[in-house]
Design a binder for this molecule. Structure first.
Ligand code: ADP
Ligand code: ADP
Length: 239
């Protein structure tokens, strides 16, 4: 049984832009899928639709047997809490420490302002520190994230997603703002943690060579439609 089913997904923005035109695919536990395609192809819209950061016009998204399209309120929050999101521009909170950023996870800014941070258990803090050590940030744990480089910030973003203990990670161009060395470190940290914990990953990437290096499967998108869905070695150069 698939972890995630994307069925006939269509997305038309308010200005009439058709970003997704009937996208369907299944994701199984532990798959590491690279979504590739030119800028404007719909990759970002696809990932944000799956997490319901945008609401698709039609089609369905079924996560562990439950529809994310019809879920609301607590139900939607519960489904989302199982999905870790990593963004191109990190989405870290500058004035908080590295550890606080990892702990606050998907709770968002409002929760921090209302003092939820104090309620984290020692076990949760230990887990966050364990993750930060694994990605090589053991000396940055108490620093504010605005003291970090881009690559380090993104590793905080990776740990924040992992701290949710997700079954699925959605990474939207996680290395597009990074130099090659930082890109490699960030990709390795996503890849190794997913492999180790059986987490499925959908990662949007510009670079086909990076996609081929890590992915067990590649989905190529153009103009809101799937052009290719298969093994990296079967991807032809024309795409
Ligand atoms: P990609 O991630 O592959 O670059 P996007 O999903 O960002 O593609 O964009 C797909 C298409 O949807 C593009 O034509 C883009 O301009 C358009 N688009 C993205 N976001 C919006 C929005 N909020 N409103 C209108 N059009 C949008
Ligand atoms: P990125 O590719 O880094 O996500 P974009 O420049 O594609 O950045 O988009 C940045 C923001 O602008 C996103 O929130 C996206 O939804 C929005 N956006 C992109 N294209 C359009 C568009 N044609 N009209 C309105 N908003 C758009």
């Amino acid at each position: 049984k698939p972890l995630l089913q994307v069925q006939q997904l269509e997305m038309e923005y308010a200005d009439g832009t058709k970003a997704l035109r009937g996208i369907s695919f299944d994701v199984h536990k532990g798959e590491f899928i690279a979504v590739i395609g030119p800028s404007g192809a719909g990759k970002s819209t696809l990932l944000r639709s799956i997490n319901r950061l945008v609401t698709p016009t039609s089609g369905d998204i079924v996560y562990e047997g439950e529809s994310l399209m019809t879920a609301k309120g607590t139900g939607l929050r519960k489904l989302r809490s199982n999905i870790g999101m990593i963004f191109q521009h990190y989405n870290v909170v500058d004035r908080l420490s590295v550890l606080e950023n990892v702990l606050h996870g998907n709770l968002g800014r409002m929760s921090i302002m209302s003092g939820l941070f104090n309620r984290y258990s020692e076990a949760q803090k230990e887990m966050a520190i364990h993750l930060l050590k694994k990605v090589g940030l053991e000396n940055e744990i108490r620093k504010r994230v605005d003291e970090l480089s881009g690559g380090q910030r993104q590793r905080v973003g990776v740990c924040r997603a992992l701290a949710q203990n997700p079954a699925l990670i959605l990474a939207d161009e996680p290395i597009a703002s990074l130099d090659p060395k930082s890109s490699a470190i960030v990709m390795e940290s996503i890849y190794e943690n997913c492999l180790e914990q059986g987490i499925a990953c959908l990662v949007n990437l510009h670079q086909v060579d990076v996609a081929k290096k890590y992915a067990t499967r590649i989905i190529a998108i153009q103009k809101g439609q799937i052009l290719f869905d298969g093994k990296p070695e079967d991807l032809t150069d024309e795409l």
